[in-house]
Design a protein around this ligand. Structure first.
Ligand code: ZN
Length: 86
C-alpha cells in the first residue's frame, strides 16, 4: 500500500505548492485509477484503457464500451456498502 501512495505523491508533484494538499491527494488517487489498465468485462483480460470520459476500449478483444468516467466499475468498497443497505 505504501508504494501506491508514493506513486500518487509523485504524480501530483507537477502542481508544486499550488491548489492545496487534500485536493491534490484526491486527484492523485482518481488519476491513478483512470490511467491504469482495467479488467475487460467481455474477455476478463486486464487490458482496458480509457479513451475519453466514460469511454473504454479493450486492447485484447477490441471491445469499446461505456462505463464510469474514471473507472470501469465502482470501487469494491462502494459495492459492499450498497449491498448492506439493501
Ligand atoms: Zn476484452
Amino acid at each position: 500500500m505504501a508504494e501506491t501512495v508514493e506513486k500518487h505523491e509523485k504524480a501530483i508533484r507537477r502542481f508544486g505548492v499550488r491548489y492545496g494538499r487534500t485536493v491534490k491527494r484526491k486527484l492523485g488517487k482518481i488519476e491513478a485509477q483512470q490511467k491504469k489498465k482495467h479488467v475487460c468485462p467481455y474477455c476478463r483480460y486486464t487490458s482496458v484503457k480509457r479513451l475519453a470520459a466514460g469511454i473504454w476500449s479493450c486492447g485484447k478483444c477490441g471491445a469499446s464500451f461505456t462505463s464510469k468516467a474514471y473507472t470501469v466499475s465502482k470501487p469494491a468498497g462502494v459495492k459492499a456498502e450498497q449491498t448492506m443497505e439493501v
